[in-house]
Design a protein around this ligand. Structure first.
Ligand SMILES: Cc1cc2nc3c(=O)[nH]c(=O)nc-3n(C[C@H](O)[C@H](O)[C@H](O)COP(=O)(O)OP(=O)(O)OC[C@H]3O[C@@H](n4cnc5c(N)ncnc54)[C@H](O)[C@@H]3O)c2cc1C
Length: 489
């Protein structure tokens, strides 16, 4: 054992160097400290994680290290289970304190944290975990939550400064295998670029100009790509904090001009924390219906339909364009996300669990706390929110009237005239011939939309009335709303 006294900063979903409480407190303490990020095989091989997430994390760390290198500091990436790594460090060094943010994660990270807590306790190590954004640990209702959120958002932003490190190079046996390192070094340029500097670029360009039509275009699959904040991957992986984002938008001079747009995004920053708060209270939402009264609902779960949905081959142009765009770029807007889930669970009659990891893998901004609860809201299994069954043809006519988004992602339909782009199957042979089209190399719709929509409405609305759902509804309202009787937020 090396008798050197040491503190550790454990980076999780907080991949930034500013407004960082754990780094700040480590600096303040008298002891030298190291900064680590753990790539834990048992966690990264879980079905919610994809290569694009890991690459985003890796490149975010490289950006952090660009900032830290002048202080002779870096985020050390360790390829190890947390238990293994911390056991090693506690045997090799005299570890005093571990600083990190609280993580509102899925079951496996929660179980890991409990195991680590026990280890630290046994070895007399203090673990200081700080509140992440506006998410409060250990509450069992929402009394005072809104007020607390506001206070947090308006509290001073931490200005991190770093002292030069004298600690020699950290020796450990957890080097990232070179094959994994190579695979992480690659980055798909069609995805948003990682890192703190890019988070600020996106946020600044939103406030400067891009966001002026935020509220007008939020549901448009094409226009929203420019007018939405596009800050979700940065918030999800912590390249920027909610507080930094909130204060930047709220104090921006353009707020006076683009008031409606700015208040729209500020509200959603609160939703971000609100959804994670739900998950913090009940992380079972990853695999269990929010309203357990829906566990008894039967689905036909057709594999062919599922595969067509996953690959963008359903024969419904806006559904397929959205899925293919997501596969290629890692982002689609809220309305298209909601429509994809609604189509899967209602029209295709699939249990939400059959699609939830597919989208988690594709979203570059995958955030467990938002993802599972949002997915279930759209699947209709919360029992407290209004069920919306989106008609993909109507969505297409309303939000992509010219079919521009569709044609970009479903090029098989490039020659189809505008009046048929939302329902290409309605073209007769004569219509095809008249438009000089020999045939369309695009699947026919895999279901009858009208019949399936009607059946789905009947199924979900009648199940909502059952005793089990109603009983659960009251429990959910107590846990997630302010006055226990109001609608869920
Ligand atoms: C089925 C489904 C799954 C989703 N999964 C995720 C996810 O894994 N990660 C994620 O960040 N968002 C998720 N969302 C919410 C939302 O679609 C995205 O946050 C938003 O599209 C991100 O784009 P943006 O940064 O341009 O958002 P903006 O509209 O510019 O909003 C700014 C920020 O507010 C937050 N926000 C916006 N809308 C919502 C919302 N409805 N609920 C909660 N927070 C919101 C996000 O952090 C977002 O980055 C999901 C929505 C649905 C319907």
């Amino acid at each position: 054992m090396n008798n050197e006294k040491l503190n550790i900063v454990w980076i999780k979903r907080d991949l930034r160097t500013q407004d960082h409480k754990a780094l700040f407190e480590a600096e303040k303490s008298d002891l030298p400290y190291i900064i680590i990020y753990l790539i834990e095989p048992s966690i990264t091989s879980y079905k919610d994680t994809s290569q694009r997430h890991l690459q985003f994390v890796y490149h975010s760390i490289l950006k952090m290290n660009d900032c830290l290198s002048i202080y002779n500091r870096k985020v050390e990436i360790l390829y190890a289970e947390a238990y293994e790594a911390f056991s090693y460090f506690t045997e090799q060094y005299d570890i005093n304190t571990v600083f990190s943010y609280q993580e509102s994660g899925i079951d496996i990270t929660y179980t890991r944290d409990k195991k680590i807590k026990k280890l630290f306790h046994e070895r007399n190590i203090e673990w200081k975990e700080y509140q992440r954004d506006g998410v409060i640990r250990g509450i069992n209702n929402r009394m005072g939550w809104d007020e607390a959120w506001k206070i947090t958002m308006n509290s001073p932003i931490i200005k991190n400064v770093f002292s030069p490190s004298n600690t020699s190079n950290l020796q450990h046996p957890f080097l990232l295998p070179s094959s994994i390192k190579h695979s992480l070094e690659k980055y798909n340029r069609n995805l948003q670029p990682a890192g703190e500097d890019n988070a600020w670029k996106y946020l600044k360009s939103f406030a400067q100009d891009r966001g002026k039509n935020y509220h007008k275009f939020i549901s448009k699959p094409l226009a929203s790509r420019k007018s939405c904040g596009r800050i979700s991957p940065y918030l999800s992986w912590g390249n920027i904090s909610i507080k930094q984002t909130y204060q930047f938008v709220n104090n921006h001079p353009n707020k006076a001009i683009y008031g409606r747009a700015f208040s729209g995004i500020l509200t959603r920053l609160k939703w971000h924390c609100h959804f994670i708060q739900k998950f913090e209270s009940e992380s079972e939402y990853e695999y269990q219906c929010v309203n357990q009264g829906f566990e008894g609902l039967h689905y036909s779960n057709n594999n062919k339909f599922l595969e067509a949905w996953k690959t963008g081959q359903t024969g419904f142009p806006l559904i397929d364009a959205s899925m293919r765009c997501l596969i290629a770029t890692g982002w689609i807007n809220f309305r298209m996300r909601a429509m994809l889930v609604s189509f899967l669970c209602h029209h295709l009659d699939q249990d939400w669990r059959r699609g939830v990891f597919h989208l988690a893998n594709l979203f570059l901004d995958y955030e467990p706390g938002i993802h599972y609860t949002q997915f279930q809201m759209q699947a209709g299994t919360t029992g407290v929110n209004t069920v919306r069954i989106y008609n993909p043809v109507k969505q297409s006519i309303d939000h992509d009237p010219e079919g521009e988004f569709i044609k970009k992602w479903v090029p098989e339909l490039n020659d189809i005239p505008k009046r048929y782009i939302h329902e290409p199957w309605t073209m007769t042979r004569l219509d095809l011939a008249f438009n000089g089209i020999e045939s369309i190399n695009y699947p026919d719709p895999i279901i009858n939309l009208k019949e399936r929509g009607k059946a789905a409405r009947l199924k979900i609305y009648s199940h909502r009335k059952t005793e089990e759902v109603q009983k659960e509804k009251n429990r959910i309202l107590v846990l997630h709303t302010r006055n226990n009787t109001s609608k869920a937020i």
